[in-house]
Design a binder for this molecule. Structure first.
Ligand SMILES: Nc1nc2c(c(=O)[nH]1)N[C@H]1C(S)=C(S)[C@@H](COP(=O)(O)O)O[C@H]1N2
Ligand SMILES: [Mo]
Length: 382
């Protein structure tokens, strides 16, 4: 028996659902979702790697929770939309000749890059939210780099397709569909109308969003069955990296060192406990999309710096954890915020070791990755 492999052809696709009006509409939704996802992703990147010109405000405390919640939710909603969009335009991939010349070849190459970059972003992003790390590269760096490729390819694609999009958006979806009253007489081509397909695409995107958004919007928790870590962990607060994973042990000898240019101040835990205590309700808003509000009590970060007599340009907060989130920089505006604490207590009780005992940083409007646990050193930045 001989098997001949044959590439599909445009003519093989008969469904009226492969229609440019459908493609343009799903494409528009995808463009909006990707646009929000890109901007919120860039915000998150800038906060974590701030260039000199960038200042992220220290409040309102919930702002990052919202931007990062939007990032993850729009990314997840894009997955079914991208699937539908690819299916609708599938015949176009197989039209003959496959390449019509240099310009056409470049355009088709740009579409290949577009699909590859978008699929890569959505799938690695989803895996990251689910804490599946099936790769050896450092996710944030690659996710950031490919974001630029994706957005560039989207801009090229939209620019090249603008005339088609204009025309397609103006066409009525049911123009060449049988009118409803003589539908029975028309050949039954498909059980689903174009409007039906659009409705299904919108519904699945909304469903994907609602099923995961409970990580940020807690009213959705009861229906967010796909949400990660809805409240697991001691004191109802999730834990990303445990003390064990970070190889943290704390003993009697613990002290916090605050180092300036010429001075160093060593504080024991009882000394920290005897200083003025302040309480703030602040969320941990993880870059992976979950966030959780809690009541934190401890010493104002500025209170351990003022005695050194210096006015630093921010501080570096350091723990013995050698992982990528074992230290963070607190910018000047955050440092001066009264809710920026070296927390000793969570919801009224001494911190659990997994939440950063004996001392962890908590500050308003900041990615969870920068809320450093197990702090034992503070370095003033000039
Ligand atoms: N030292 C240290 N602090 C850390 C981390 C870490 O890996 N090491 N992870 C950060 C991340 S990614 C998050 S989301 C928060 C979570 O805080 P929690 O475990 O108390 O909920 O801690 C942050 N602080
Ligand atoms: Mo995180």
């Amino acid at each position: 028996m001989m098997i001949t492999l044959r590439l599909p052809r445009e003519e093989d696709y008969h469904s009226p659902l492969h229609h440019e009006g459908v493609a343009a509409r799903v494409g528009l939704w995808l463009g909006i979702a990707f646009g929000i996802c890109f901007i919120t992703g860039m915000i998150s990147h800038l906060i974590q790697h701030p260039p000199g010109w960038f200042v992220w405000p220290a409040g309102p405390s919930w702002l990052y929770r919202v931007t990062q919640g939007l990032h993850v939710t729009t990314g997840i909603a894009s997955i079914p939309l991208l699937g539908v969009k690819l299916w609708v335009v599938m015949p176009k991939f197989w039209r003959r000749p496959l390449i019509r010349g240099l310009v056409d070849g470049l355009e088709r190459l740009s579409i290949l890059i577009l699909i590859g970059a978008c699929a890569f972003q959505l799938l690695t992003g989803l895996a990251n939210v689910a804490e599946v790390y099936a790769w050896s590269f450092f996710f944030p760096r690659v996710h950031y780099a490919v974001a630029w490729i994706a957005i560039g390819a989207i801009i090229v694609h939209v620019a090249l397709k603008l005339p088609v999009v204009r025309r397609a958006m103006a066409t009525r979806l049911d123009d060449d569909q049988p009118a409803s009253d003589d539908a029975a007489a028309a050949p039954a081509v498909s059980g689903l109308s174009r409007r039906g397909l659009l409705g299904a695409a919108a519904t699945s995107a909304a469903l994907a969003a609602v099923l995961t958004a409970g990580d940020t919007a807690h009213v959705l928790r009861p229906v967010s069955v796909l949400a990660q870590r809805s409240g697991a962990g001691p004191k109802g607060l999730p834990v990303n990296r445990t003390a064990r994973a970070a190889r943290i042990t704390v003993d009697e000898a613990y002290h916090l060192s605050v180092t300036g240019e010429e001075q160093q101040w060593l504080l024991t835990l009882p000394e920290l406990q005897q200083m003025a205590q302040h309480t703030a309700r602040l969320p941990i808003a993880c870059v992976e999309g979950w966030s959780q509000q809690a009541t934190w009590t401890g010493v104002r970060l500025t209170d351990v710096i003022i005695p050194l007599g210096a006015t630093p340009n921010g501080v570096r907060v350091v723990s013995p954890d050698r992982g990528p989130y074992g230290h963070s920089v607190v910018a000047d505006n955050v440092l001066r915020h009264p809710d920026t604490l070296l927390a000793l207590r969570l919801n009224g009780e001494i911190l659990d070791l997994d939440h950063g005992y004996p001392v962890r940083l908590i500050a308003p409007n900041r990615p969870g990755a920068m809320q450093t646990k197990w702090v034992d050193r503070i370095e003033l930045i000039r």
